[in-house]
Ligand binder design. Sequence first.
Ligand SMILES: Cc1cc2nc3c(=O)[nH]c(=O)nc-3n(C[C@H](O)[C@H](O)[C@H](O)COP(=O)(O)OP(=O)(O)OC[C@H]3O[C@@H](n4cnc5c(N)ncnc54)[C@H](O)[C@@H]3O)c2cc1C
Length: 444
Amino acid sequence: MKKKISIIGAGLAGCEAAWQLANRGYEVILYEKKRILKNEIQKLDDFCELVCSNTFRSTILGNAVGCLKEEMKLLDSFVLNCALETSIPAGESLAVDREMFSSLVTSKLNKHKNIKIIDKEIDNISSEEITLISSGPLTGEKLKLSIQNLVGEEYFYFFDAISPTIDKASINFNKVFIKNRYEKGETQDYINCPMSKEEYLTFYNELIRAETFPLRLENEKTFRIFEGCMPIEIMAKRDINTMRYGPLKPIGLRNLDGSDNYAVVQLRQDNAALSAYNMVGFQTNLKIKEQQRVFKKIPGLENAIFVRYGQMHENNYINSPTLLNNRLQLKHNNNIFFAGQITGVEGYLESAASGLVTSLNIINWIEKKSPIIFPYDTVIGALIRYILLSNPQNFQPMKSNWHIVQTSFDPNIKYNKQERREEYYKNSMNSLNQFISKYNITMK
Ligand SMILES: Cc1cc2nc3c(=O)[nH]c(=O)nc-3n(C[C@H](O)[C@H](O)[C@H](O)COP(=O)(O)OP(=O)(O)OC[C@H]3O[C@@H](n4cnc5c(N)ncnc54)[C@H](O)[C@@H]3O)c2cc1C
């Protein structure tokens, strides 16, 4: 048996890393606290819980997160393979039945001969053992202090938000229609609640006046919200039309008779049983009674029964550009590695990807080989580059997007948007394939 590695946190990053290390013959001790102590949004006992949306987002190849999926396939990602095995229809997104997904991940890890799972809340980090910290955006309180002591740096934290889920049986199907945007995809999966101008304005006026939960004052100095996960009421307050250019955009969602809408709220399947639907882009900090009152103004949701209400949450991450080297290893304590959202990547797949990168680097470090630096024209390489080389003064978590990917376009060709996206994807695949064979990153 090769060396032992302790992993703190069996989330998206920790599970991916555990599998990659164990499959390469390393002994893994995986510590997870959720069966003893859940945080306020965890519901399941199983690992790798998708706490909000049940999708790994787009599968479109011209979209950066769609490209990341293809990269993760080439790298034989454990998390992605489990997601594909438990997927449910969602147009051009990869959605999973969250319970089946977590159960599959947990049973595979449980059965692995090189992985030992320990249900325990880790509150102190041993600097003597090789340890991967992947405790996520809601790291346990004591561990947070221990990490703060260890890194000696200011800890950043702010709020993130989740959107409500509706019982399908409570939706008024006389008022809604089923369609994907532009009717893309083999099956039509989204439930759409169309709004006239008058209905939109009523909803807007109620929303901007609705009562929200108070924010924790001591955190407000560092209060920041991911643009991609902005509470709907904050978005509405920016401008009367902002929602119509965001989650309520009507484009590509004509009524079944071909007529246009002023705005459309979309609901996406949330479970395999098709009994629950998530309000797309409706992350919110409204008080519960206000969610019941205001969201019922949406046509089709007059009698909505909420399976889960929207909420806002704290999110923790370290200043990676200052603290980590290119193995995602603490510069001043080489036994400690980081992966997942705590490093400043954002999203389920991005967190799994960083778990994969860190695990390969732990092995190369143990085996005294050079760091594995993924090419910057791949999405996976660009994400790691982003968290390591961003300006530490203004470091914020990042999802997959083409803006961070470095690629060279032929200066003699005038690309349109679609062609540029195709070029990004093509370059990424070429580059990653070459990288895998050059560095002999064998898949197990
Ligand atoms: C409210 C909220 C909503 C979100 N919505 C989305 C979304 O819709 N889509 C998306 O892509 N991303 C979303 N995210 C981000 C998402 O949580 C992360 O991208 C992803 O789960 C991070 O993976 P991770 O492995 O870093 O952390 P996690 O998946 O959170 O895993 C960390 C694990 O560590 C465990 N742990 C923590 N402290 C300790 C300790 N002291 N001892 C032992 N175990 C510990 C936790 O119990 C947890 O299981 C959301 C995050 C939050 C907070």
